[in-house]
Design a protein around this ligand. Structure first.
Ligand SMILES: Nc1ccn([C@@H]2O[C@H](COP(=O)(O)OP(=O)(O)OP(=O)(O)O)[C@@H](O)[C@H]2O)c(=O)n1
Ligand SMILES: C[C@](O)(CO)[C@H](O)COP(=O)(O)O
Length: 237
């Protein structure tokens, strides 16, 4: 039996097959221009600035007819293998990475197209924290606010102890073989890769990032993201 003696490589996988319903943009939010460029372009620029990330695969919807016009000249990997849920899009992307030569032991950093404020140094911190870890991990932020549970009428039902609570972000970094097995087992119910890995009884590492790594979700988030991007300098992004 032949043995693969290469060191594991790091690939990034960017699910960008959502419709952005909550954003109210009237188009998939990854193509909305922020600080002069589509949101997806900012996301890909940040990942391209991390030398340890060998390649980034963008996962689009099979029906996507905007990518080439929105990001002309993009030379990275792109595959129209998205599905009905984020988990299915990621699974489609993992299979595509395998078709392009990635193997079980390679690391995959799954990062939402919608987290366009990503900074290369946060990705490096995640890789530093996880590359020798048995499980892998994710960027996250400890909860700063008092946490409430609410009912359908918008009334508080409980105040939740926040002391051990973190808001999960992306990238989430796991070995290809592990994350694929975990997502296949959990299916569309997995809202992130870590929850699927947790369901296998494993404990992903939490790596603190920044509130600035927020996910553009609601209409008002576009303006907020634009302010941040102008602050760090749109010319470099
Ligand atoms: N079927 C899906 C759903 C989501 N995503 C991607 O997963 C990331 C996080 O999802 P979210 O912010 O929820 O994006 P949307 O699903 O597009 O937004 P909404 O839920 O408001 O429709 C986004 O980059 C989105 O494009 C995906 O690739 N395939
Ligand atoms: C993966 C994620 O960004 C972690 O916070 C998030 O769960 C994805 O968003 P969704 O609304 O669950 O698709």
């Amino acid at each position: 039996m032949s043995q693969d003696l290469r060191s594991p490589r790091c690939f990034a996988l960017v699910p960008a097959a959502g419709i952005g319903e909550r954003s109210g943009a009237g188009m998939p939010k990854q193509y909305v221009e922020i600080a002069g460029k589509p949101m997806l372009a900012h996301t890909l620029t940040a990942l391209a600035a991390v030398p340890r990330v060998e390649q980034t695969l963008v996962v689009l919807s099979p029906a996507d007819d905007r990518f080439e016009a929105a990001l002309p000249g993009h030379t990275g990997w792109v595959a129209r293998v998205g599905g009905a849920s984020r988990a299915e899009s990621v699974l489609g992307g993992l299979a595509e990475l395998r078709r392009r030569g990635a193997t079980d032991d390679d690391w995959v950093l799954v990062h939402d197209a919608a987290r366009c404020l990503l900074r290369p140094e946060w990705v490096d911190a995640l890789i530093d924290a996880c590359e020798h870890d048995a499980v892998g991990g994710l960027l996250a932020q400890p909860i700063a606010d008092t946490l409430k549970a609410g009912d359908a009428d918008g009334r508080v039902t409980a105040t939740v102890d926040r002391r051990d609570k973190w808001a999960a972000q992306t990238p989430q970094m796991f070995r290809l073989g592990l994350v694929e097995k975990a997502l296949a087992a959990m299916g569309a119910a997995a809202t992130d890769e870590a929850s699927a890995v947790e369901a296998l009884g494993l404990a992903p590492r939490l790596v603190r990032a920044s509130m600035a790594n927020f996910k553009v979700t609601w209409p008002e988030d576009f303006e907020l993201a634009e302010r941040w991007l102008y602050q760090v300098g749109p010319s470099s992004r």
